[in-house]
Design a protein around this ligand. Sequence first.
Ligand SMILES: [Zn+2]
Length: 476
Amino acid sequence: MEQPSDTSFKFLSLGGSNEVGRSCHVLQFKGKTVMLDTGIHPAYQGLASLPFYDEFDLSKIDVLLISHFHLDHAASLPYVMKRTNFQGRVFMTHPTKAIYRWLLRDFVRVTSIGTTSSEKDENLYTDEDLADSFDKIETIDYHSTMDVNGIKFTAFHAGHVLGAAMFQIEIAGLRVLFTGDYSREMDRHLNSAEVPPLPSDVLIVESTFGTATHEPRLNREKKLTQLIHSTVGRGGRVLMPVFALGRAQELMLILDEYWSQHADELGSGQVPIYYASNLAKKCMSVYQTYVNMMNDDIRKKFRDSQTNPFIFKHISYLKNLDEFQDFGPSVMLASPGMLQNGLSRDLLEKWCPEDKNMVLITGYSVEGTMAKYIMLEPENIPSINNPDVSIPRRCQIEEISFAAHVDFQENIEFIEKISANNVILVHGESNPMGRLKSALLSNFSSLKGTENEVHVFNPRNCVEVDLEFKGIKVAK
Ligand SMILES: [Zn+2]
């Protein structure tokens, strides 16, 4: 980046622009530098999965804010803190930090698969790096404002997953809102994203679903439970690849309730539901601890029943597949969510040759991952242990999104409420992002040429967006 002039605001993505994955954005104004998120790209491995950190002098960063614990937003943080010249302060919400610890330990374990020394060099960081970084991460409460040398920032509810935050950042009177990943739909356990009380000059917003529309939530829940019920009814197995934490807990709330309502057919172990993850127990304890940060609905249930809603009646935990007796129909929520490797991939390879089984995708599948590929219903898939071996795929493939990203209507309504004159789109593949940009420009076309004209940007990685803010007053 060039040295910014006194009135120029600069935006630069090191990752996560015109793509989904490795989110990392940099803001500069009046000599202050803020970094937003430090993710990895789930379709790549090792150093190739990182944002383009070489393209920016990380020693300039004053504050680094992490929106939520998903790997594409948080997983390269230990690398930034321990393996680069970064010296700034790092903030995230309490639940994000609690989950980050377990999640990244698992991530280190899963990615540290190299056995030769050259493969080991590809490891992004070690357990010690992670532990060291953990102690230096500061936490921020929702609706509280921190001030670090003139950079003020406030965390707001973003929905999406437990602990997810939008950050409104204020530097010398200029206000920028970063949504991270967000959802506006009421969910079983989370508060939906809120509109900050103060206006913003710049909005940096996700564009995952572009101009697509979600079916109403109740329809999707019904479809989900009916598909699963009919599959297990004909003796099939259901594999639901899920990210270990976050949306998986929402799906478990839906399934546990449905199993209770159909206990005569499904309950008492007739059709077991498993949550298979190395992290299962630890993660659930975090959820059980943070019920007070969830929505009124689930808190009321907790108060009324005096039992924790995240202690499930019909779901058992599996740490690995050694303890799994694979007889008869079952439902398996297994991580990782994009079938890249690990438990969910092993089960995919085991179950996909049988046509009565079903793979049910509920998350967002990133380009280049097995989850994205399987939705094309290929005849065969390569085995993870030996890519020369191909496995016939005859099982049913279905997709019902519970990814908790806004759809077009929800996104545009929120963007209108924020009414920033500058909108920067991030976190979307090029095509859906381009379509969203066109739709926004036509939506705001009546303001064209007026002082309220809305400018929409869809920059690529490492391409600067430069905005002039001459009129910013430092009132208040
Ligand atoms: Zn996310």
